[in-house]
Design a protein around this ligand. Structure first.
Ligand SMILES: *Cc1c(COP(=O)(O)O)cnc(C)c1O
Length: 467
């Protein structure tokens, strides 16, 4: 066995590598800087292995193939389309809601053109970017005034900063939530400069708990939607009406972070929701002064944070300097306006998130049957078994966590490849396919497949399994 020095000297130098034909091809395609960067990463890895593994030697063939893989990856966009076969409709890691085609059109138009973003065409003078959605938001929710910012975390931060900085905010211990990806009520509270006052217990908080927590430094009672969990069993929380009455008797603001935020009552949308999931309009009717919500969760629009409520408070938020730092861009605003117009027209099936949630069992079963049939005819019969089955889908995005969402899917079982291996190979495809797994078999949930994606899924499985 050659010693370490000999094995290290067997690695060719960068100048030599850059002259290889297969490297020069890629230099033209992705640029010399990136090619060198990828080669350096590969060389670093080879040196590391030579130093740590006595049996390891440089292999020109392996080096070439791992460099080529790295070049291919480097040539692709990092942010890419994927196929969601997980059955989770509002999948936070996969970018939450898909935007309605009509909203996408408006976004493209806004992106490519000058717009009247902050120009009042009637008056011929400076206008407000918020004005394009305020009226729609007010008419849909019954609010006096509305404002949109970057996202709901920003909306909560802005509202607490502008309305409760240096004062106390009372929150039930049962609602001190952490939403995936580091949104924690106590952290947002301290960032805003408001002082968190916890009251009640994790499972039970009574009206008298709120009453006792109020001092002359209190500015607000805050209710937070426990988006991604439910405490069940022996639980109590006061009604919104009681909370708002208490807040108003004491001259306090009653604010609600509605999290997901239904733009229309769930029952009207035909969604499988329960009493815990109420519309923004109902929150306001129950007496909330300010309600905040996300645009890209169950609402099904682009990422925004909505703030609706009483004019005197929303006006204070509009004027607060932080609002400027959280403002939305023209592309997002165009998409959000069009999404709201679809609500106003009652065209719920034009909104992909709502359409996927409203799909019937019959139509899901029919799609699973057809996918299974096509898969069975294209995959090698001896080594693969395909079966249609009922599956658990999910709303996701912190909406309706306890409501089971039944769906249909296709289970694919391979002789030698385990579910984890198949999932990995599917992730490495040009259009990655993300699916579920159970009992070491992969499961393709049809609810979240978009039109025409079945063919790509079949091609991918063919490439991965027919070997
Ligand atoms: C999701 C959620 C947030 C954060 O909303 P973003 O739009 O992701 O910033 C805040 N509060 C609650 C209750 C949520 O469910």
């Amino acid at each position: 066995m050659p010693d370490i020095g000999q094995r290290l000297r067997a690695i060719p130098g960068m100048d030599i590598i850059l002259n290889y034909d297969w490297v020069q091809d890629w230099t033209e395609r992705i640029g010399k800087i990136r090619v060198k960067r990828e080669i350096n990463k590969e060389l670093g890895e080879i040196r590391r292995r030579i130093l740590s593994d006595e049996g390891f030697e440089f292999s020109a063939d392996e080096f070439r193939s791992s460099c080529l893989n790295a070049f291919v990856s480097a040539s692709r966009s990092s942010l890419r389309r994927v196929i969601n076969a997980s059955g989770v409709v509002i999948h936070t890691n996969l970018g939450r809601s898909l935007i309605a085609p009509l909203a996408v059109e408006a976004m493209t138009q806004a992106a490519q053109s000058y717009t009247n973003l902050e120009y009042d065409l009637k008056a011929g003078s400076r206008g407000q970017r918020n004005s394009h959605v305020e009226d729609l938001l007010c008419s849909l929710t019954g609010a006096e005034s509305a404002l949109v910012v970057n996202n709901n975390a920003g909306a909560v931060l802005l509202a607490l900063s502008a309305l409760a900085k240096g004062r106390e905010v009372v929150v039930s211990r049962g609602e001190l939530v952490e939403i995936g990806g580091s949104f924690r009520i106590p952290d947002i509270m301290s960032l805003s400069g408001a002082e968190l006052v916890e009251t009640g217990t994790t499972n039970r908080t009574h009206l008298f708990d709120y009453e006792r927590a109020i001092t002359d430094r209190t500015s607000m009672l805050l209710k937070v939607h426990p988006s991604n969990f439910r405490i069940e069993g022996f639980t109590t929380a006061p009604e919104r009406r009681e909370l708002s009455r208490l807040a108003h008797e004491r001259g306090l603001i009653f604010m609600e972070d509605a999290g997901s935020g239904l733009m229309v009552e769930g029952a009207l949308l035909g969604l499988p929701v329960n009493a815990g999931e109420i519309s923004i309009k109902s929150c306001l009717e129950a007496g909330a002064d300010i309600v905040t919500f996300s645009g890209d969760k169950i609402l099904g629009g682009p990422q925004i944070g909505g703030i609706v409520g009483r004019k005197e408070f929303v006006d204070r938020l509009k004027k607060y300097p932080m609002a400027r730092a959280l403002r939305v861009d023209k592309v997002t605003l165009a998409g959000f306006e069009t999404t709201l117009r679809l609500y106003a027209q009652g065209l719920y099936d034009e909104i992909p998130t709502l359409r996927m949630l409203r799909l019937t069992q019959d139509s899901l079963k029919a799609r699973a049957d057809s996918l299974a049939e096509r898969l069975a005819s294209r995959l090698t019969a001896g080594s693969v078994r395909v079966r249609v089955l009922e599956v658990d889908d999910a709303t996701g995005g912190g909406s309706c966590p306890e409501i089971p969402l039944k769906g249909w899917g296709v289970e694919v079982n391979h002789n030698t490849l385990g579910a984890g291996q198949i999932q990995k190979l599917l992730r490495f495809r040009e259009v990655p396919v993300l699916c579920g797994a159970k009992d070491d078999k992969i499961i393709l949930h049809v609810r979240t497949l978009q039109e025409g994606e079945e063919e790509t899924v079949i091609n991918s499985l063919e490439a991965v399994l027919n070997v």
